[in-house]
Design a protein around this ligand. Sequence first.
Ligand SMILES: [Fe+2]
Ligand SMILES: [Fe+2]
Length: 136
Amino acid sequence: MPPITWHPGLHIGIPEIDEQHEKLTGMINELCLAYAEGRDKAVLSEIIIGVADYAGYHFDAEEKRMREAADPEIEAHLAQHRGFLGRSIGFLLSFVDGREELTVEVLDYLTGWWVGHITGTDKNLGRYLAGRGAAS
Ligand SMILES: [Fe+2]
Ligand SMILES: [Fe+2]
């Protein structure tokens, strides 16, 4: 479960979104590190709640950009966000509630999804917004 190294290859070219991606990447890394260090549940739970809140905030910001630019891919993109919130974030919150154990597999899935989504769907969004002159 190595940390995600933030690098320019992860930029989608929209400064607001890139900043949010970098911030959430840092929070996910913090969670993985705390888990690897065996930090207690209170510490992990606090980070998880921060990740869940910020993921929601970030997805809302992307949705706003998509709506403003009439992105034809919006529904498929939002379905991916909902899937992530329901599966990965939902699972993390179940751990906070005491209904699930946190495992390395859950964290691997979380980090894999996050990087895959940024480099796939979100990069496509960046290209679309750039093409519409809406990349600032
Ligand atoms: Fe994103
Ligand atoms: Fe996205």
